[in-house]
Design a protein around this ligand. Structure first.
Ligand SMILES: [Mg+2]
Length: 211
């Protein structure tokens, strides 16, 4: 299943667990374009979608259930909208030479097959888990007792926090996209390394592996 750990087979190499939306594939920017195609608008006035998507001339706020439905429609159509960030694909291929790489993507499991297909089309054939479970316990279960370095890359502070709590040895990398709405994102804990590009992330990861 694409929604659990059972299909993941790790080798004797370091482990990189990597988020997908807004880390590998663009999310917020194409989601905004998707909203516009439906006659809506995203106002970057706080770090959330619900309450900031407005519609019509009077800019009335779209309620939570309708926002959820829009995100759902976007994921159904993701192959039409989502493209990778600069350097992401090349960097992941290069890192994948020396490490096991697993995508941990937070989305309703019903979208897992489309997400898998999109990653495959982009040659990102690394294993993937699509789940709405907390990421910390998932990374802990993946890493288990392996005496090998482990790295986690995400654009959401709460996910970095979760992994930091469950996998104390993990290198935590915060890679937020260069978007206005991320100005409102919470600050990551001090144990987290912040970078702005994949080449920077790769350098940190390689020096972590080198010990
Ligand atoms: Mg993300």
């Amino acid at each position: 299943m694409l929604t659990d750990l059972d299909h993941i087979r790790l080798t004797d190499r370091p482990l990189i667990v990597c988020d997908v939306d807004d880390v590998v594939l663009q999310f917020a920017a194409p989601f905004e374009a998707f909203l516009q195609s439906r006659g809506h608008r995203l106002l970057p006035r706080s770090f959330k979608l619900t309450g900031n998507i407005v519609t019509g001339a009077d800019e009335s706020v779209i309620e939570a259930p309708a926002v959820k439905a829009l995100i759902d429609d976007f994921f159904v159509e993701q192959e039409r909208w989502q493209t990778p960030f600069a350097d992401a694909v090349d960097s992941l291929h290069a890192l994948g030479q020396d490490a096991d790489l697993v995508f941990l993507t937070a989305m309703p499991p019903r979208h897992a097959e489309v997400r898998r297909r999109l990653l495959d089309q982009l040659t990102l054939i690394f294993p993937m888990i699509a789940t709405e479970e907390a990421k910390g316990p998932m990374v802990a279960a993946l890493q288990g007792e392996r005496p090998l370095p482990v790295v986690f890359v995400d654009d959401m502070v709460h996910n970095l926090h979760s992994v930091g709590q469950h996998v104390p040895d993990c290198l935590l990398i915060y890679l937020p996209p260069p978007l206005e709405i991320f100005r409102f994102a919470p600050e990551p804990p001090q144990t987290v390394r912040r970078v702005s590009t994949w080449p920077e992330a790769s350098e940190l990861i390689r020096s972590h592996f080198a010990g």
